[in-house]
Design a protein around this ligand. Structure first.
Ligand code: HEM
Ligand code: HEM
Length: 188
């Protein structure tokens, strides 16, 4: 059995994340890593024949990621997770919460900048071939500004995720507490 002592005040209070929160966490983690790899790779084949298809794929999957992030955020606003184990040092609680809030912020703004940059770009925005006309006309300097922000935010997210994963692994392998399993399986 897992240690219940410090996380709950009554047996009916859930100490794990809910199943939708867990599924969305891991599906989005995989999709975001995939999107970053695809983003960097497509930039290396951008000017080769067929290169535009990879950019189109990045946009289409990116719009799915964007939707899932908004769903996840909505779910999170109405489902507060149980408190962390009581014995954790205060700086670790603050650091993990700050990292998580910032990750949510970047997870929203990153696809947003990609979407708007694409809308203003020469190739335009499309979802698996379906054109989405968000703006009246392409505007290269505006598109460029959004893409510069997009590129910077990817690195901010990489830094946050590295910190986050190190924290998660510390709980799993060093502390050996229930923090990792909160986000792992819905049933014991
Ligand atoms: C979590 C989601 C996303 C991640 C991790 C991601 C990641 C990346 C990366 C790593 C690059 C290459 C940056 C560079 O080195 O210049 C890139 C470029 C790009 N992304 Fe995304 N992206 C995401 C979402 C989106 C979305 C939703 C769209 C549009 C619907 C989009 C459109 C683009 C475009 C058009 C480029 C090329 C920019 C250029 O030509 O300079 N991205 N993305
Ligand atoms: C792109 C990758 C990832 C992103 C963007 C991400 C994002 C997040 C966010 C925003 C939360 C807060 C959930 C909430 O309270 O609403 C969270 C929780 C969590 N994540 Fe990740 N995550 C990623 C990958 C990982 C990986 C690889 C691990 C494995 C170590 C992990 C382990 C955890 C754990 C254990 C929690 C629960 C922490 C707690 O109870 O406070 N995550 N993640």
């Amino acid at each position: 059995m897992h240690a219940m002592k410090s996380t709950t005040t009554s047996p009916s209070v859930a100490w794990r994340y809910s199943t939708p929160a867990i599924v969305l966490h891991w599906v989005l983690a995989a999709l975001i890593v995939f999107m970053a790899a695809l983003g960097w790779w497509m930039m290396t084949v951008e000017h080769e024949p067929g290169g535009e298809q990879w950019i189109a794929l990045h946009k289409s999957i990116g719009l799915i990621v964007f939707t899932l992030v908004l769903l996840r955020l909505l779910w999170r606003l109405f489902h507060k997770p149980a408190p962390l184990p009581a014995g954790l040092p205060r700086w670790q609680v603050l650091l993990s919460h700050a990292t998580q809030v910032l990750m949510y912020g970047v997870m929203v703004v990153l696809p947003f900048t990609g979407t708007l940059g694409s809308a203003y770009s020469r190739l335009g925005l499309a979802f698996f071939g379906l054109p989405l006309h968000l703006v009246a006309a392409p505007d290269r300097p505006t598109a460029k500004q959004f893409f510069e922000l997009h590129e910077t935010l990817v690195w901010v997210l990489v830094a946050l995720v590295v910190l986050h994963v190190l924290g998660g692994l510390k709980h799993l392998l060093v502390d050996k507490d229930e923090v990792f399993s909160r986000m792992w399986r819905a049933r014991s």
